[in-house]
Design a protein around this ligand. Structure first.
Ligand code: UDX
Length: 440
């Protein structure tokens, strides 16, 4: 099938490459000419395991191309919208500028398609009600609109796109349009559906809500365990043991119970805020007041980490040397949007400490974006002369560090493990003061 994907960020570029991988003829559209040039050359503009291979293979095979020109998508039957919906400046609501711009630019190219109904498929995370509004914009062209939220995790984007836990179709209310849209989308996802991946068919509003509900639940789980970490810190209990013990109850489950410096990234923080903003508009803000607390607990983790560093150096950060291991919001990604690690590093630098930061993938990006920051090529270089070392993104490279070897480089062997990723016994045995989160 001929497919277009509008927006070639983390979501859209991976979706475009994966749609080509399953055999479709795909064009990715983005307004950023530099990004389009890189993608067209088969080079990933961001770090995502496995993506480069899928991208390069499909570009070379001629099934995947990229363009800045919407005219290049005119012969596609199915158009995916994968543009960003960031937090609006000065607000907690979502900024729909890019979604609206994508639809406006797309509409003149929509029309009858010889192979069947033309579909516009929304994948971006949007406030509930957006799909119904956009359907009206698309309707005069004869195309149908479907809402098909994306649940991929960065670091696992290719795997999650080719083998998602579930596929959700939010379909139009008109029965004939709904059936035609469902059948067309089934054809797009045939190879995935053949793997028996659950496919749920809903209305627009439910599909939009599924996405934000899932992200809110995940954020709540993380903040729940971080709240327990606060209790553990007040009582001398160990949150890692607590998480393991409650996780054995399969109604709770062991995942997303890692206490630490909290959640960040381009999705969870802005999605729970936009959800609260939308609930307010709908007059049901009370239903989501708990998410404000989820957000507050998450913010407290960051200030707590800064406090741990300040205490470690005797109460005054000014003039101290702090080595920060990790800048990305999570390992296996170079994404620093709303990164707890970077936020903490900035706050510590703001209190007068000399901060040096290292990250296997985000480091080079940070060095380009932030000439004011000292970025080291690796952990051994970063920790040289450090009064405190802080592990803030749990890359495998950092988990594998040899505490005895690292100790030779620091001024004081004091480690704050912001992700509870290290073995306290091994680090203490090597002569370090080890401090985790919510652990004695
Ligand atoms: C998330 C959702 O998982 C995904 O389904 C959705 O489509 C987009 O948002 P992502 O932002 O890629 O994906 O990252 P995720 O793996 O969910 O982690 C989010 C943040 O939570 C990271 O900063 C991570 O470090 C943190 N986290 C995760 C914890 O602090 N503790 C945990 O137990 C799990």
């Amino acid at each position: 099938m001929r497919i277009s994907v509008i927006g070639c960020g983390y979501l859209g570029a991976v979706h475009a490459a994966c749609m080509a991988e399953v055999g479709h003829d795909v064009v990715g559209i983005d307004v950023d000419a530099a990004k389009v040039a890189l993608l067209s050359a088969g080079q990933a503009p961001f770090h995502e395991p496995g993506f480069n291979e899928v991208l390069a293979r499909n570009v070379a095979a001629g099934r995947l191309r990229f363009s800045t020109d919407f005219a290049d998508l005119a012969d596609a039957q199915v158009h995916f919208i994968g543009v960003g919906t960031p937090q609006a400046p000065g607000s907690i609501a979502a900024d729909l500028t890019y979604v609206d711009a994508a639809i406006t630019a797309l509409v003149p190219h929509l029309g009858e398609h010889p192979d069947g109904p033309t579909l516009v498929v929304g994948k971006s995370t949007v406030p509930v009600g957006t799909a119904a509004r956009l359907a009206e914009v698309v309707a005069p062209t004869g195309a149908h609109l479907v809402w098909n939220p994306e649940f991929l995790r960065e670091g696992f984007a290719v795997q999650d796109t080719l083998s998602p836990d579930r596929i959700v179709y939010g379909l139009p209310t008109d029965p004939a349009q709904a059936t035609a849209s469902r059948d067309t989308l089934d054809a797009v996802y045939r190879t995935l559906l053949d793997q028996d991946i659950p496919r749920l068919v809903t209305d627009y509003a439910t599909a939009e809500l599924v996405k934000v509900a899932a992200n809110s639940f995940l954020a709540t789980k993380i903040s729940f365990i971080n709240a327990m970490a606060e209790l553990c810190e007040a009582t001398g209990a160990d949150v890692t043991q607590l998480a393991e013990a409650i996780g054995h109850d399969d109604r709770i489950g062991p995942k997303f119970l890692k206490a630490g410096i909290g959640f960040g990234g381009g999705c969870l923080p802005k999605d729970i805020r936009a959800f609260m903003a939308r609930a307010g508009e709908l007059g049901v803000d009370q239903a989501l007041t708990f998410l404000r607390e989820v957000d507050n607990i998450n913010d407290r983790r960051r200030s707590h980490a800064v406090e741990l560093a300040r205490t470690a150096v005797g109460g005054e950060l000014s003039g101290k040397r702090i080595a920060v291991l990790g800048a990305a919001f999570k390992p296996n990604s170079d994404d620093m949007r709303n990164s707890p690690a970077l936020d903490i590093a900035n706050a510590i630098a703001g209190q007068g400490a000399s901060v040096v930061i290292t990250d296997p993938a985000a480091g080079p990006v940070l060095a380009r974006q932030r000439p004011d920051m000292e970025v080291a090529p690796d952990a051994a270089t970063a920790v040289a002369g450090a009064d405190v070392v802080m592990l803030l993104t749990e890359w495998q490279d950092f988990r594998d560090l040899d505490p005895a070897e690292l100790k030779a480089h620091v001024a004081t062997p004091w480690i704050i493990d912001g992700r509870n990723a290290l073995d306290p016994v091994a680090w203490r045995a090597a002569g370090w003061t080890y401090q985790g989160i919510g652990r004695p």
